[in-house]
Design a protein around this ligand. Structure first.
Ligand SMILES: Cc1cc2nc3c(=O)[nH]c(=O)nc-3n(C[C@H](O)[C@H](O)[C@H](O)COP(=O)(O)OP(=O)(O)OC[C@H]3O[C@@H](n4cnc5c(N)ncnc54)[C@H](O)[C@@H]3O)c2cc1C
Ligand SMILES: NC(=O)c1ccc[n+]([C@@H]2O[C@H](COP(=O)([O-])OP(=O)(O)OC[C@H]3O[C@@H](n4cnc5c(N)ncnc54)[C@H](OP(=O)(O)O)[C@@H]3O)[C@@H](O)[C@H]2O)c1
Length: 456
């Protein structure tokens, strides 16, 4: 009798050998890393909801702050670029890019470059011998020699302490808001002065809400986009780059690993500047005389009554609001990643929640990589944007492929029969689903067990 057949959920594929790499996350960074790993012929699995942040946690009607040509996902042959997508879909590139256009592009990239994404969440990652054991939300367990953590920014949503005591329905972080229509006719206070806060304020006003924006500093507006208007001299003085005009930006983009080599103090100075909250110039007119802006103020006290919240600002102003939206950004802290098991966490060296990373994005746990915003404090501001995929993905894939070659070389040197076992395991017949055994496992012990079974 097939015991598995008795389960109510459909049986999903479980490989019978460890993966070379599991990518946790299917956003721009995860998809780019996976495309390069697959391009190297590695055995790769990708878990996570495809473009989840962009599909479910950004507001309808949002426009991208980055230029289209600086928002490419990365594949080894550079075949699936935004340019090609525009050409093939017969659209004209422009600025700013609507969210839906980026989504169509990124999903087109995924379909071609990383067709097999398993949309199941990873609930736990632990060390298992020389490998990693990952438990999925549906109970499956898979093993992998390397893990690329491309989990994005949502786990790091920053909810300042002063708002913690308020009922969850009244206070919402911007990353939880997609559909703004239900706010029509409501009074909403938006906290923050960066792109999220200002753009949500504009969009909320546009759906018919009454909006107060409370940035604790004067809003810093980015310069108007003048791409195509800047003369040669201006370009020489400050070349165009994906993170704005200027030679410093040019170096960050074109020498993408120089930042990594800077001393900590210089990194901190640069990060303080680049992490400042800015808002795109094209939002100015959308809030001017439409949204009440309380620049330089903070919310100092709250009283909840009749499902509303009375907010007192630092200048004494009072607002009775239906909701508070926190556009208060994100703070990297790996202690907020629920899938990392305590024993694995203990082995990851960090500085205040920021993992120490080697030049290939590898943490102090061999085979465990952190990419995207988690790597920003170590690798620099470009890695907060999709732009960073281009330099990250080939580097991570190269490092994982090198480790795999080394492992195979070691296995060959110590046990000639092992290679036979591992390679025969890659035959279609060898891909039948087996549950992962619960005892100590590693690539070698897996292969040895298969070999013993075959001898029997
Ligand atoms: C509102 C907003 C607008 C932005 N606009 C721009 C822009 O215009 N241009 C730009 O370059 N950048 C922009 N950014 C920055 C953007 O976050 C990054 O550029 C990009 O999304 C980072 O990609 P990522 O793959 O690292 O993370 P994400 O896109 O956040 O993807 C994270 C992935 O991890 C998965 N995941 C999470 N937890 C688990 C788990 N336990 N198991 C499995 N999978 C998991 C998710 O399902 C998802 O697939 C914006 C950010 C925000 C918040
Ligand atoms: N359309 C788009 O492309 C788009 C839209 C949204 C976001 N993004 C991107 O997403 C990233 C994050 O942007 P973001 O705007 O969410 O975050 P952010 O740029 O970090 O801005 C956070 C804001 O919250 C304020 N803040 C933090 N803690 C606070 C507190 N306790 N009280 C009051 N104010 C507080 C900060 O003030 P201080 O400055 O004083 O610290 C800042 O104004 C950026 O890379 C951005 O470009 C892009």
């Amino acid at each position: 009798m097939d015991v598995e057949g008795e389960t109510t959920t459909p049986r999903r594929f479980v490989p019978d050998a460890p993966y070379d790499a599991v990518v946790v996350g299917a956003g721009p960074y995860g998809l780019s890393a996976a495309a390069h790993l697959l391009g190297r012929g590695l055995n790769v699995a990708v878990f996570g909801k495809t473009l989840e942040l962009w599909r479910e946690h950004m507001p309808r009607g949002m426009l991208l702050r980055s230029q289209w040509w600086a928002t490419n996902l990365s594949d080894p042959g550079r075949r699936y670029t935004f340019r090609r997508f525009f050409r093939e879909s017969r659209r004209k590139p422009g600025y700013p890019v609507p969210l839906d256009t980026f989504l169509e592009y990124a999903l087109w990239f995924q379909r071609h470059a990383v067709p097999d994404v398993d949309e199941t969440y990873v609930t736990s990652i632990e060390r298992r011998g020389g490998n990693f054991l990952l438990t999925l939300a549906d109970g499956r367990r898979v093993e992998s020699a390397a893990v690329v953590m491309a989990i994005g920014i949502r786990h790091y949503a920053h909810r300042p302490d002063e708002f913690r005591g308020l009922p969850p329905g009244l206070v919402i972080h911007s990353s939880e808001l997609r559909d703004l229509k239900p706010f029509r006719g409501e009074r909403v206070v938006v906290i923050g002065g960066g792109q999220s806060a200002v753009e949500y304020a504009a969009l909320l006003h546009e759906v018919g809400a009454t909006v107060d924006l409370v940035p604790r500093r004067p809003i810093v507006w980015l310069e108007r986009d003048r791409m195509g208007e800047r003369g040669v001299l201006e370009q020489i003085r400050a070349p165009d780059t994906g993170i704005g005009p200027g030679w410093k930006n040019w170096v960050l983009e074109h020498v993408p690993f120089l930042f990594y080599r800077l001393p900590r103090a210089r990194k901190d100075r640069a990060l303080a500047w680049y992490s400042s909250a800015w808002a795109a110039d094209w939002l100015r007119d959308r809030i001017a005389n439409k949204v009440t802006v309380h620049e330089g103020q903070t919310a100092v006290s709250f009283a909840v009554e009749d499902g509303k919240v009375d907010i007192t600002l630092s200048d004494g102003a009072r607002i009775r609001a239906d909701h508070i939206v926190l556009g208060t950004g994100y703070k990297v802290d790996i202690d907020r990643l629920p899938m990392i098991s305590p024993s694995l966490r203990a082995a990851i060296k960090d500085e205040m929640g920021i993992p120490l990373l080697g030049p290939s994005f590898e943490s102090t746990v061999p085979g465990l990589y952190f990419v995207g915003v988690t790597s920003l404090p170590v690798f620099g501001p470009m890695y907060r944007f999709v732009l960073g995929c281009r330099s990250m993905a080939p580097r991570v894939a190269r490092a994982i492929a090198r480790q795999r070659r080394k492992r195979r070389g070691r296995a060959l040197a110590t046990e000639p029969e092992l290679e036979i076992a591992v390679s025969s395991d890659r035959s279609p017949a060898g891909r039948r689903a087996h549950p992962i055994p619960s005892d100590e496992t590693s690539t070698a012990s897996w292969a040895q067990r298969i070999l013993i079974a075959r001898r029997r």
